[in-house]
Design a protein around this ligand. Structure first.
Ligand code: C2E
Ligand code: CA
Ligand code: CA
Length: 668
């Protein structure tokens, strides 16, 4: 039989006293064993041993190890010296086994085992050997020349080629040098490094220790590696996210803090100066309010892209949140560098952007604080740059201001004002003044613009230019706007009852239009007041019309359908797009005072606007008429209505009413 043939073939091996056996890896059975091996395996006969199913209680790790041996035999005829513990009858027998490739009769790769009993070892070392063989930790011993002397099974599975040196295994040669440097100087080192493995590039935590090779007694390095790729990737991702703004991908506030600390250390050594440039987009809320949040986001992404590309010389370009960006600059001549960057930023931010099919223009307001003169810690510098930015905004936006002491007071007052404004409504401190709108032909008052005032208990009369922007950014404009409209409607009704038929005009903010309750509230206010809708008007600005979407158009049509007319305010200051006049139900155009007051410069455009309006049968109001000369121009161009200090500033309703009464003729 088969077994006899084998016995013949291997007969000579019975002459040696060393246990020798041949193992059929695929079938997990003994193929042949010499007498000494039968003894070790505690088998009465060769046949009995060959009939044993050695795979029946084989652990998963032993099975893997055997498969690995087999593939190493096939691929490069490897030979291994391992310590094996056999359990022939439940009792452990520890052996040093030399494992080598051996082709079986049918050509399949089997394993030739030559055993010598292991040196007498205590149970501790037996267990440690077992652990070494079965652990997922990769353990290798490298000789002085860098060649591998030993690898445990896990390490063998991981290497790309069996002769691979540690140097070739570590992806980054500098990291390798650092690791070896540490081992040389301190005897050991642990680092997490990228490693080339048979499974591709992985992250391994590598511990290397100087030791002696037990066989040769020469210096060697014992390396253990654990695969920490999963942790490393999760960590890297978390770290990336923690330091990035998810929308624009720019570094975030946390990253700013980190970079700043690193930068200042360097600055000290190099004798440089640093500046924090705080950038806020002007009227960004308008874009959000009119085109929607998705468009606002798209604009922020676009601005981020421009900043990143334009200011490559900066240390850091970050987004702090909302429409706020920050640039960190380091230079020998910081003032010059900041000014150079200001010009560049003004240009690149102001370039029109196509957002969701609309052309959007935006300008930046910038505040700068300098290190170290305006503060040494990042919190102070950020606060001061922010204060400077507010000052830039107060000075007409689209500009830059350097921080100076004293700014804090001004801005602190803005912050308190925000809080106080919330109470102003409850305490009934918001009042409505009325400015006459006059018929140019006969000088009679035909209308009034309702203008909000804040009667502050300490500050006195606060002008709307100050508190309307604050109320817009806090959202309070909804209540304030509703209050002004309601008061104006009541006033219109009261004047009507007194025989004065005036059109009363009320300013609207973008935020009011985007509020679901806007129309119902307006209807209710008109009813409550008993006011004639046809004698009410709302004023909107061009920036609100940037959004030519259907909702806005429908809303304006609904307002018109109620009888309330719509005026386009401040015309000439923004886009001056006459196309809006056709697309939207606009009845009146208010030419901005800056236009009226600098007629010489703008004459051709002003004249064109006026003639367009006539063609389109729009009524025109000239705003800000202060001088007789301006009035003469208005009259010469057949502008129907005007408003300005030449006639009257805005007045409390009682004074306005007295003025009406003093007029020689009443309107019908
Ligand atoms: P506006 O709508 O352009 O209002 C006209 C502003 O020009 C008023 O300033 C008015 O007092 C001023 N003005 C009128 N005639 C002359 C003149 O001959 N020369 C000069 N130099 N100025 C003149 P005011 O009342 O300070 O209002 C400023 C702005 O505040 C308004 O500009 C408007 O945009 C806003 N505002 C006022 N009340 C409200 C409100 O109830 N709701 C909203 N949303 N905005 C309001
Ligand atoms: Ca107005
Ligand atoms: Ca105006």
């Amino acid at each position: 039989m088969d077994l006899d043939k084998r016995s013949q073939r291997y007969e000579a091996l019975n002459l040696i006293r060393q246990p020798v056996w041949i193992f059929d890896i695929d079938r997990r059975r003994m193929h042949w064993a010499n007498d000494a091996a039968l003894h070790v395996w505690n088998a009465p006969t060769l046949q009995a041993l060959c009939e044993r199913d050695l795979g029946s209680d084989m652990s998963e790790s032993v099975a893997r190890r055997l498969a690995q041996y087999q593939s190493d035999f096939i691929s490069h005829g490897a030979v291994f010296n391992d310590q094996w513990t056999l359990y022939p009858d439940g009792r452990p027998v520890s052996l040093n086994v030399r494992l080598s490739p051996h082709r079986l009769d049918d050509g399949r790769m089997g394993m030739f085992n030559e055993a010598s009993s292991a040196a007498v070892e205590g149970p501790e070392s037996l267990r440690s050997v077992e652990a070494l063989l079965h652990t997922a930790v990769m353990i290798s011993l490298y000789g002085q020349d860098g060649r591998p002397l030993y690898r445990n099974p896990a390490a063998r599975t991981s290497v790309r080629v069996s002769e691979e040196r540690l140097e070739d295994r570590i992806v980054d040669s500098e990291s390798y040098a650092a690791l070896i440097g540490d081992v040389t100087s301190t005897g050991m080192a642990t680092q997490t490094l990228a490693v080339n493995t048979a499974q591709g590039e992985r992250w391994h935590e590598i511990s290397a220790r100087r030791c002696r090779d037990a066989v040769t007694g020469q210096n060697a390095i014992l390396v253990s590696e654990a695969d920490v790729s999963a942790i490393k990737h999760a960590e890297a991702r978390a770290q990336y996210l923690a330091l990035r703004d998810p929308l624009t991908g720019l570094p975030n506030r946390t990253q700013v803090m980190q970079t700043f600390n690193e930068t200042t250390q360097r600055i000290h050594r190099a004798g440089l100066e640093a500046a924090l440039m705080f950038i806020d987009l002007d009227n960004f809320k308008d874009v959000n309010d009119t085109l929607g949040h998705a468009a606002g986001d798209a604009l922020l992404v676009e601005v981020a892209r421009r900043l990143r590309h334009a200011v490559e010389s900066a240390e850091l370009v970050a987004r702090l949140g909302g429409d706020e960006f920050l640039i960190l600059i380091v230079s020998k001549d910081i003032h010059r560098e900041v000014n150079r960057m200001r010009d560049q930023l003004m240009r690149i931010v102001a370039e029109p952007a196509m957002i969701h099919g609309y052309e959007v223009r935006i300008t930046p307001s910038m505040g700068v604080s300098l290190y170290p003169q305006d503060g040494v810690d990042i919190e102070t510098l950020l606060r001061n740059a922010d204060l400077a930015m507010y000052t830039a905004k107060d000075c007409g936006r689209n500009g830059l201001a350097f921080y100076s002491t004293g700014m804090s007071d001004a801005v602190r007052s803005r912050k308190t004002m925000e809080t106080e404004l919330r109470h102003a409504l409850e305490r009934d401190e918001i009042q409505v003044y009325y400015q006459p709108i006059v018929d140019v032909a006969n000088g009679r008052i035909v209308g009034a613009e309702a203008l909000a005032r804040w009667q502050h208990p300490q500050r006195g009369m606060v002008p709307p230019d100050v508190f309307i922007p604050i109320s817009e950014s806090t959202g309070l404009i909804r209540q304030i706007g509703a209050l002004v409209f309601s008061r104006a409607a009541h006033q219109q009704a009261a004047w009507h009852r007194a025989g004065h038929s005036l059109r009363v005009s009320v300013n609207l903010s973008a935020r009011q239009l985007h509020q679901a309750e806007f129309l119902p509230e307006m209807t209710r206010a008109l009813e409550d007041a008993g006011s004639d809708a046809r004698r009410m008007q709302v004023e909107i600005t061009e920036s609100m019309l940037l959004d030519n979407d259907q909702t806005l158009l429908e809303l304006l049509r609904a307002i018109e359908a109620m009888g309330v007319s719509i005026a386009l305010d401040d015309f000439g200051t923004g886009y001056s797009n006459l196309g809006y006049l056709q697309r939207f139900p606009i009845k009146t155009l208010k030419i901005d005072k800056s236009f009226i007051q600098s007629i010489d410069a703008n004459r051709p455009l002003a004249e064109m606007i006026v003639s367009m309006c006539k063609l389109m049968r729009l009524s025109v109001v000239a705003e800000g008429v202060e001088t007789a000369e301006q009035l003469a121009w208005v009259q010469a161009h057949d502008i129907e209505l005007c408003q300005g200090y030449l006639f009257s500033k805005a007045l409390p309703s009682a004074e306005f009413t007295s003025m009406l009464a003093a007029q020689p003729f009443e309107n019908a």
